[in-house]
Design a protein around this ligand. Structure first.
Ligand SMILES: Cc1ncc(C[n+]2csc(CCOP(=O)(O)OP(=O)(O)O)c2C)c(N)n1
Ligand SMILES: [Mg+2]
Length: 628
């Protein structure tokens, strides 16, 4: 035995070494810590199991409440402010509905929930640890807010200063936990009793899932969690109720129908509109009734890319020609018909001067003023307060009644040209995609095309970067595209795709993610979460070894200032050393291959990766790509 080993023994003398070896490393560490922190006899007394055991803590009831909402998962990075609730979830609740998902960053917890909610059609929960957890969660909450997506945010906090343990607990507690997020959550509460908690969770769930859907925030007070339930018979959990989304006023719809029926060049622009396949179907019916081209802005999957009325790839031209535009839950109405140039900030009108605009939206219920997600004010001719998907059937009926027999012939006569326009758009997309087909680094279009070859026979969902897939892949189902980040806060894509994959897992839908490198590096631990919880996802790295958008911004500024451009890489490229994404993934238990530079090698690697995903596990293929 070496001296070194003897020294170590001496060092550990007194700690529960033997027990530790038997129960595994993580438990060993905790017993050693307990030994060193409970040094006074009083503290030792308090730590010993005794009559002080609490059989039915408040957090058990909190779990009953969460179960009553149907929330299936709670994504969380653990923290002592909710240790009791966590213990109740896993022991009392059996770690099923909700199941505790281990996350390595609160931003991942929220973004996973964001992606999950859009794919599952219902929210899941996150649990954040007081001040520090909420600060990490904040940007992802903002993305979900901008994207009008529900997330049930729970946080631990000890409000009663008399009960707080000295030291760290004070740093992690806050007088008004929701203050940090209040500008971009729909509602919040800090319940002072268990009954209050039950009612607030039910109210919060209802508010979060009533369009426009948004994150809500509810504190689970630490003392309320840990203290025994008093008078349990008096507690009750109100039943979950959901509000029916409002349909636009029928008089206003008749007016809109008249305008649309009389239009020579109507256009429909849909953004965060559809919530289900029903929404897609309803939009197809309206568009066909009018023979109106549809621009799907991609906030949701609104319209089949295969339909002859899909003109999403001709956005500017189609909107610019329109005489009447119907907007459906469009996040940025002004930006569809106006622009401010870059880099000179000069205003330019894109729409016709006499364009008439109808907007069906619930945006007017969102009245927060600090963050600027409301976008620039645009006066419209007919603003109909209503939910897009719910209003479409009544609008379609009104349009059918407003179309005279003579108009019907004229409208039907538009079809040939529209079919030709659609065909040309597709041809142009394919031509654009074939540029530089065999080049190295690989083009982004080639990346998308290779992915398509591998998944085309599957039920698929593209949850990552969607620009090329939207123009190249034939998509007809709501679940095909999972929309965007909302607030363009980078770090969304990877965790949101994992969240979508979690929702898709049980529906036999293969989730694929064309994954930017900079985005993954914000919180790459989400790969471990995917591996640990067996969330199948096919991640294809769009590894341009850069914050490429920022490279382009720097180049633009250098040109504007008439200065050298080679410095645009400073602070914007992710090279020297290059990140080995296959190793990053493998280190976390994810099957991975790469880096691949030869485009011919992408397809076979993706086929191998898909086999792993079909076994129920995540896989990553790293491809060195061009900029955007
Ligand atoms: C949280 C956050 N920080 C910074 C930015 C600014 N930003 C916009 S795009 C971008 C680059 C992202 O890099 P990557 O994900 O690799 O995508 P790429 O531009 O290379 O395609 C950055 C840093 C942002 N949008 N969000
Ligand atoms: Mg990049």
């Amino acid at each position: 035995m070496s001296n070194k080993q003897i020294d170590r023994r001496a060092f550990l003398k007194g700690a529960a070494v033997t027990a530790a070896a038997a129960i595994g490393t993580h438990m060993a560490a905790s017993s050693a810590r307990a030994e060193t922190t409970t040094n006074s006899s009083e503290e030792k007394e308090a730590a010993r199991p005794s009559e002080k055991t609490i059989g039915r803590p408040g957090s058990d009831f909190m779990v009953d409440v969460i179960k009553a909402t149907g929330i299936e998962y709670i994504a969380s990075n653990p923290g002592s402010s909710f240790r009791s609730l966590q213990e109740s979830i896993v022991n009392y609740g059996g770690n099923k509905k909700p199941e505790f998902l281990t996350c390595m960053h609160e931003e991942s917890s929220v973004a996973m929930s964001h992606g999950y909610a859009k794919a599952a059609g219902k929210p899941m929960g996150i649990l954040a640890h007081g001040t520090v957890g909420l600060q990490h969660a904040a940007m992802a909450v903002y993305n979900a807010w901008c994207d009008r997506v529900p997330v049930m945010i729970f946080a631990g906090n000890f409000l009663d200063a008399d009960k707080r343990r000295p030291g760290v607990e004070w740093y992690h507690c806050v007088q008004d936990p929701a203050a940090m997020l209040r500008d971009f959550t729909k509602w919040d509460d800090q319940p002072a009793s268990l009954q209050h908690f039950a009612e607030s969770v039910m109210r919060g769930y209802k508010l979060a899932t009533t369009p426009p859907m948004e994150p809500v925030f509810i504190t689970a007070d630490g003392y309320l969690q840990e203290a025994p339930i008093q008078n349990e018979k008096k507690l009750h959990i109100p039943k979950l109720t959901r509000a029916i989304p409002p349909q636009g006023d029928s008089g206003a719809l008749a007016e809109a129908a008249k305008m649309l029926a009389a239009a020579e060049r109507p256009v429909i622009i849909a953004d965060r509109m559809a919530r289900s396949q029903e929404g897609v179907k309803r939009l197809v019916e309206l568009a066909e009734t009018l023979n109106a081209p549809v621009l799907d802005l991609g906030g949701r999957m609104n319209f089949p890319t295969t339909h002859y009325l899909c003109r999403s790839g001709d956005r500017r031209a189609t909107a610019g020609e329109a005489d009447v535009a119907l907007l459906l839950e469009v996040g940025d109405p002004w930006g569809q018909f106006n622009t401010v140039s870059d880099p000179h900030h000069e205003y330019r009108r894109l729409g016709k001067p006499d364009l008439k605009v109808i907007h069906i939206s619930l945006a007017e219920t969102l009245t927060k003023s600090n963050y600027q997600d409301m976008q620039r004010f645009m006066p419209v001719d007919l603003a109909i307060f209503g939910d897009g998907e719910s209003t479409l059937p009544a609008l379609t009926e009104a349009v059918k009644s407003a179309i005279s027999i003579a108009r019907r012939t004229a409208i039907a006569g538009r079809a040939d040209k529209l079919r030709e326009d659609h065909r040309r758009m597709k041809e142009r997309n394919r031509n654009a995609a074939s540029q530089g087909w065999d080049t190295t680094p690989v083009t982004t279009a080639r990346l998308a095309a290779e992915m398509w070859q591998v998944i085309k026979k599957e039920k698929w969902c593209a949850a990552g970067r969607q620009d090329w897939p939207r123009s190249l892949w034939p998509a007809t189902e709501y679940y095909n595209f999972n929309g965007g980040s909302g607030g363009a806060g980078v770090g969304y894509t990877a965790p949101a795709a994992v969240g979508a994959a979690l929702a898709n897992r049980d529906q036999g839908i293969i989730t694929v993610d064309i994954q930017p490198d900079g985005d993954l590096m914000y919180a790459p631990g989400v790969l471990w979460t995917a591996a640990h919880h067996k969330i199948p996802i096919l991640m294809l790295m769009h590894n341009n070894r850069a914050y490429h958008q920022e490279v382009m911004h720097l180049q633009k500024m250098a040109a504007l200032h008439n200065r050298r451009m080679d410095t645009a890489s400073i602070g914007t490229v992710i090279e020297n050393p290059n990140i080995d994404f296959a190793k990053l993934a493998q280190a976390q238990g994810v099957w991975a291959e790469g880096p691949i530079s030869d485009p011919a090698k992408i397809g076979p690697a993706l086929t191998r990766a898909l086999a792993v995903v079909k076994k129920g596990e995540p896989a990553l293929v790293d491809v060195v790509c061009q900029g955007r």
